[in-house]
Structures are given as C-alpha cells and as structure tokens.
Design a protein around this ligand. Structure first.
Ligand code: 0L1
Ligand code: MG
Length: 259
C-alpha cells in the first residue's frame, strides 16, 4: 500500500475516533488484505506514538469459539494498547467521549520477561508472567453499527478504546487462572458469568498465540508489557449512568463508571 493511501486511511480512523463519529467500512473504499490491515493498524498506532502516546502492551480479540465461527476465522486478532487507553479502577468515563462503547471482562497478564517464539506453551507464558490482574476492556469500533470484516477490524486496532485494571496483583503460581469464576454486573444486575477458560480454553494460550503472531513479523512481547487475553463473555453495550463491575475469584474486582 502506498504511503499516500496509508496516510489517508490513518487520518480517517483518527478523525472518526476524535469526532466520535462512526465511519463506513474502510474496505468499502479501499482494497487491503489482512497483512495490509495490520500495516494500517501499525501506521495508525505509530501516528499516535509520534504525537506523544506510548505502547504499553497488546490485546487479543475474537478469542471465543463463537466469535471466531461468526467471523469465519481460525485465529484471533490482536491490537496495540497505548498509555492513553489505560483508565483508573473506578474511573468515571464520559459516555459521550465514545461512539458506541461495549464492555468485556478479561484477565490481564503483566509480563516480567520477554516472550518470543512460535511454539510457546501455556507454561512458558505463565513463567514469563509476573502477575495476573482483573480487567475490563471498553471496545468502541470506529465502524457504523459495530459491524466489520476481519480486515476492517484489524485496521481499526481490534476496536480498542480503553481498559481498566483491578488493584489486586496475583501471582501465577497459586491456582489455575482458567478456572477463576467471573461475574459481570451492570448497575448491580448480573449480566454475564464465565471463566477465563472461555478464552481459547486457557487465557495463557491466547498470550502464546499472540507471541506467535508477533514472532512471524519479527516482533516480540517484552517484559513490562500488559496483555489483555480476550473477552470472557460477549461484549455488552453500556449507557450513560452505568456502573460496570467485574468480580473474579482470586483476582478480585474491577470497576468503571459511565457518566
Ligand atoms: O476485544 C475484542 O474481543 C474485540 C475484538 C474486535 C471485535 C469486536 O469489536 O467485537
Ligand atoms: Mg477484548
């Protein structure tokens, strides 16, 4: 893809986010494959970093079998996490600063060592992880009606918008994180339950898969990176006034408010 076209697409995505105005699919006016879609994502995130933001980790998306079947893909997608996306536990976020936000409960991995390779195991991932933390991801597709093709959503940084981490840092040594029960409540009402096993059987498998996808491009996860392993349940749309709480066995709670 030539630099002029890439620049035009980056400006389109940036404007959609800044103006909180959903756009038609990029693929309706540009032709690009999945590899080029990651090139668009990279260029958009590089633009933000040049403007002062900082890469602090990655997120995995489309990690549930149901979502993968729906999109007819055999592999999840990833996006990049920037410092500006991290909100405080309990923070009040303006609903009007999003287009059509949805929330997902996730487990975050805080890496203590680099992870590099195409054949990493869950054990390798857990050994490289300092702590596990409860997280809520707020996704906000820049596309109209939250609908997209796989290439479109990759270009859109996998719908990333904000994320929140809990305060409890849990060692990976004690229990199997895949079995930690999670309850997601909005305004005190139970909306979804599940375990991190919903993420590819084990969330550490998702992180290993991310390392593999990055390794194919000559990139690696680094010590200090935060990795959101993937939504444990379906993403749920939120409204102004909503209080969103995810409570995990062992990991504790994490909360965000929309005003
Ligand atoms: O974090 C996610 O699972 C979202 C990935 C992109 C697909 C979507 O926006 O639902
Ligand atoms: Mg997610």
């Amino acid at each position: 893809m030539d630099a002029g076209k890439l620049g035009e697409i980056v400006r389109t995505l940036e404007k959609a986010e800044k103006m909180r105005q959903a756009i038609p699919l990029l693929s309706s006016s540009h032709r690009f494959d999945m590899e080029e879609a990651y090139g668009i994502q990279e260029a958009w995130m590089a633009y933000k970093q040049k403007a002062g933001d900082r890469l602090i980790g990655y997120k995995m998306g489309l990690t549930s079998p149901a979502k993968m079947r729906q999109m007819n893909v055999s592999e999840p997608v990833y996006g990049k996490l920037l410092a500006s996306m991290l909100a405080e536990n309990g923070e009040r976020l303006s609903h009007a600063s999003f287009i059509h936000p949805r929330v997902e409960a996730e487990v975050a991995f805080l890496l203590g060592k680099d992870l590099n390779g195409e054949d990493l195991t869950e054990k390798d991932v857990l050994e490289a992880t300092d702590h596990l933390v409860a997280a809520i991801e707020i996704i906000d597709s820049r596309y109209e009606n939250f609908r997209f093709t796989l290439a479109d959503v990759i270009a859109d940084n996998a719908s990333s918008s904000k994320f929140v981490l809990g305060h409890r840092l849990v060692s990976t040594k004690k229990e199997d994180v895949a079995t930690f029960g999670m309850a997601l409540r909005i305004n005190g009402e139970l909306k979804a339950t599940g375990t991190p096993a919903n993420v590819l059987g084990h969330p550490a498998r998702s992180v290993a898969m991310l390392a593999k996808m990055l390794a194919r491009k000559g990139e690696r996860l680094k010590a200090g990176d935060i990795v959101l392993a993937g939504g444990i349940t379906e993403a749920i749309a939120v409204q102004p006034g909503d209080v969103v709480q995810a409570s995990f066995a062992h990991l504790g709670g994490v909360e965000v408010l929309f005003v």
